[in-house]
Design a binder for this molecule. Structure first.
Ligand SMILES: *[C@@H]1O[C@H](CO)[C@@H](O)[C@H](O)[C@H]1NC(C)=O
Ligand SMILES: *[C@@H]1O[C@H](CO)[C@@H](O)[C@H](O)[C@H]1NC(C)=O
Ligand SMILES: *[C@@H]1O[C@H](CO)[C@@H](O)[C@H](O)[C@H]1NC(C)=O
Ligand SMILES: *[C@@H]1O[C@H](CO)[C@@H](O)[C@H](O)[C@H]1NC(C)=O
Length: 334
């Protein structure tokens, strides 16, 4: 009888704390496993270079009244303003008819006229567009423009909407090709993000800087959180203009207090996108992306991944730490 009582009391005194310990330990181990997976899948700075440049040949969708002679005006969608010249080609098929004239326009100013039946055949109209025509290299099929030494001047003198207008005699038919040319020095790389860590807590400030690669015109930078653009009023931007260079970089800084709603399933996607003004012809983004997590460990992002040994060691220490905490907690309860 007394043995039975002692047994009951033994279960009562020893068994219940043991049970609590086991339950607590299981919970802590589960938590530990979650932490470990969280760290194993710790976000890395993901860089993506999306390069989808499209430059559809313009002017080849001739309407009936345009007689379908011009196949296209071939011109670079973007010309480097440091380039000493700009070559434009007018591709056409007269269908056996005789060429009367090819007239070249830029923004409706006439630049050059080629007419085989006139003397001289080639005539340039200088001054109008602040660009010189090379008579030597311009003819029935092409126009060669000579640029300036000055990059800023070339920005203006190359850029524009070009038209080549072709006409035949006997019968008199006419057609034209159109091309838009932008002048820019494109960035050679995607922007760079600085100041990011792997993990943040709600209430902490996300402080980051994005710097674009040099370009002309300088890039406009935008921040995106989970695909949504941050209002420019929250962004501080400055231009960095190295001397002796036509190009400049943009540096933008964002400071944002993190709230729980910023994290979707515990992560926040950050992107910085650089856009070059007036480049409507190329639909190309220069962007950098990163993923950060809601978490306790505030590790610097630009850290080398821990070696397997040190990872195992830190897991062991954490495990031991959890055991100590578990027994302490159980001691308090019991
Ligand atoms: C962009 O990505 C492609 C593969 O998708 C790679 O071959 C190329 O080197 C990358 N370019 C830059 C500038 O990172
Ligand atoms: C040239 O640009 C203008 C607007 O700037 C646009 O309306 C036009 O469609 C463009 N033409 C071609 C051939 O791309
Ligand atoms: C155009 O030609 C004129 C006369 O030859 C010359 O004075 C001028 O500097 C030239 N401009 C450019 C942009 O080459
Ligand atoms: C963009 O184009 C507009 C009109 O063509 C011009 O006024 C402006 O200076 C251009 N901006 C840049 C950055 O080149």
């Amino acid at each position: 009888m007394s043995t039975a009582t002692r047994q009951t009391s033994a279960v009562g005194l020893v068994g219940r704390p043991m049970l609590i310990r086991l339950v607590l330990l299981t919970l802590l181990l589960l938590l530990d496993a979650r932490l470990a997976t969280g760290i194993k899948h710790s976000p890395r700075l993901v860089k993506r270079n999306s390069s989808s440049s499209s430059s559809s040949p313009p002017g080849n969708n001739a309407t009936p009244e345009r007689n379908n002679m011009v196949r296209g005006l071939r011109a670079p969608a973007v010309v480097d303003p440091r380039s000493p010249e700009l070559l434009l080609r007018c591709e056409y098929d007269l269908g056996g008819n005789e060429l009367y004239a090819v007239n070249w326009f830029r923004n409706e100013d006439v630049l050059f006229r080629y007419s085989p039946s006139l003397v001289p055949k080639a005539t340039a109209y200088p001054g109008v567009a602040d660009v010189n025509v090379s008579l030597e290299h311009s003819n029935a099929e092409q126009l060669l423009l000579i640029g300036h030494q000055d990059v800023q001047r070339n920005m203006k003198s190359y850029e524009g909407t070009y038209v080549c207008e072709v006409s035949t005699e006997r019968p008199f038919l006419t057609d034209y090709g159109v091309a838009n040319v932008s002048a820019a020095i494109l960035p050679k790389a995607n922007p760079v993000l600085e100041g990011l860590r792997h993990n943040y807590q709600v209430g902490e400030f996300l402080e980051l800087a994005c710097t674009s690669a040099p370009s002309l015109p300088p890039a406009e930078l935008s921040f995106y959180l989970n695909g949504r653009k941050i209002d420019q009023s929250r962004v501080r931007s400055e231009r960095m203009h190295p001397s002796n260079e036509a190009t400049s970089s943009t540096r933008s800084e964002l400071s944002l207090k993190l709230e729980r709603q910023h994290f979707q399933n515990g992560i926040l996607k950050v992107a910085c996108v650089a856009r070059i003004a007036n480049l409507t012809q190329i639909s190309r983004d220069y962007r950098v992306e990163a993923v950060i997590a809601l978490g306790a460990a505030n590790q610097p992002l630009a850290q080398a991944p821990p070696s397997p040994n040190s990872a195992a060691a830190s897991r062991l220490y954490r495990y031991l730490g959890l055991l100590v905490v578990a027994f302490w907690a159980v001691g308090k309860i019991a």
